[in-house]
Design a protein around this ligand. Structure first.
Ligand code: LRH
Ligand code: MN
Length: 431
């Protein structure tokens, strides 16, 4: 018996029931945008071209240090995860790539994995290394760090792992390695703050030297956790300086949850772009710390402001500007597939709203120091409900007008609960 997947018939039936209403809403929005000199169909085509990568570690239920409450039909291995990624892309048509994490996604045949992904119309984005956990039978522990560890043998082990990840990524067709390290300290004095960074840079130079010519390495900064006094790569400034020191293939990755509360993340994005060092994003949302909540679920205006900076740069035609868009979330209380679909839609929304900002009116207001006028140009775009355009983009790309409703109507999760008997001791999500 083949595994269940959502049929075209069901998708067509769900779309047919909503088509007339969508056409009406789409036409009305098209007229309203037309009065603002904006071509609705052109905007829909831009939305159809937008893509974000799904993190393999996000399709399983996530947890915290306190507990994880797995749901029914949890993916048991990478091939189940790819099947779920394919279901997400089938309905939202905005997630054509997958970002894997090693060794969580280790498998015996990466060429076969690449073929399976391709059979679902999926490709691989950046690969993620993991030197923040000890694996069974690992020779040296990462308890006191990895790439910045005081012991050369531990650093060598961590460097070798990252170089292995590059080798795996090459088999998968990936073009980038994301390096996030948990290295840091919990007590003042525990670590020499400068020597720790120097050891990290020495290690990264060896990893950088192993990068193929057309690859990039993304340095992911994070203010704290799991270290709670100092973190070696704690902010964009340190990440930027390290990327500068390493060379042109090194860029900075901005995980939205890795900053102190109220930090102006859109300005960090603007700065990294200005200096040609914005490599990519881990999109999520947060209220307090690295909460890994669904993108756009807490601060949708901030997400819009990030895309406003990205579109502003595109409009000014910045050289070689190709940030990698990836989600990085932990779905502790929702069906991960639903959360990932809605998060991709919230990214499409922020992107579309940023595209309809009247940039000449904004520039004129800025030049005239018309503070409120300038702000209202952004608010006008942000308060425009572009949902009909997002839905039409999905429909025209062969997806669902209403992905969540269609997914629920399909009973996909119930089917997976039957097909995927829980496997004790496996964890598809974070922790
Ligand atoms: C660290 C992080 C990093 C991943 C991990 C799953 O908090 O954001 O990007 O490796 O989460
Ligand atoms: Mn991240």
């Amino acid at each position: 018996m083949t595994d269940f997947s959502i049929s075209e018939d069901l998708l067509q039936a769900e779309n047919a029931a909503r088509k007339a209403a969508l056409d009406e809403d789409y036409a009305a929005l098209g007229r309203a945008l037309g009065r603002r000199g904006i071509d609705g169909d052109a905007l829909t085509r831009r939305v159809m071209a937008f893509g974000v990568a799904i993190p393999t570690w996000g399709v399983g239920t996530g947890g915290t240090r306190f507990a994880r409450f797995p749901g029914p039909g949890e993916p048991r291995h990478l091939f189940d995860k790819l099947e779920d990624c394919a279901t997400i892309h089938h309905l939202v048509r905005a997630t054509p790539t997958v970002s894997p994490h090693f060794p969580w996604d280790a498998t015996s045949d990466y060429a076969a994995l690449r073929e399976v992904a391709a059979s679902y119309g999926l490709a691989f984005d950046a690969v993620n290394s993991n030197t923040f956990q000890d694996q069974p039978n690992q020779e040296h522990s990462y308890k006191f760090g990895s790439l910045s560890h005081v012991e050369p043998a531990v650093r060598a082990q961590a460097i070798a792992h990252n170089i292995d990840c590059i080798a795996i990524g090459r088999q998968l067709g990936s073009k980038a390695l994301t390096v996030w390290i948990a290295d840091g300290s919990n007590f003042a004095g525990q670590s020499n703050l400068t020597l720790a960074l120097d050891r990290y840079l020495d290690s990264m130079r060896e990893i950088y030297a192993a990068l193929p010519a057309d690859w990039r390495v993304f340095l992911e900064h994070k203010l704290y956790e799991p270290a709670f006094y100092s973190t070696v790569i704690s902010d964009w400034g340190t990440s930027f300086a390290a990327a500068q020191e390493l060379g042109p293939k090194a860029q900075c990755l901005v995980d939205l949850g890795h900053h102190a509360p109220n930090v102006n993340i859109e300005q960090i994005v603007a700065r990294l772009v200005r200096f040609g060092k914005l490599g990519g994003f881990h999109f999520n949302d947060s209220k307090y710390g690295d909460d890994d909540l669904d993108t756009g679920s807490v601060e949708p205006f901030r997400l819009f402001l990030v895309f406003n900076e990205l579109i502003d740069v595109r409009m000014r035609g910045a050289e070689g500007f190709a940030p990698a868009y990836m989600l990085d979330q932990s779905h502790n209380v929702t069906d991960p597939i639903e959360s990932l679909m809605q998060s991709a839609i919230e990214l499409q929304r922020a992107h579309a709203q940023a595209l309809i900002v009247d940039r000449s009116a904004l520039a004129a207001a800025q030049a005239a120091n018309d503070a409120l006028g300038a702000h209202l140009e952004l608010k006008r775009a942000y308060t425009t409900d572009v949902s009909p355009i997002l839905a039409m983009a999905r429909l025209r790309a062969g997806g669902a007008i209403a992905p969540i409703e269609t997914y629920r109507a399909s009973g996909y999760r119930k089917h997976k609960a039957k097909e995927r008997p829980p496997v004790a001791g496996t964890s598809a999500g974070i922790v």
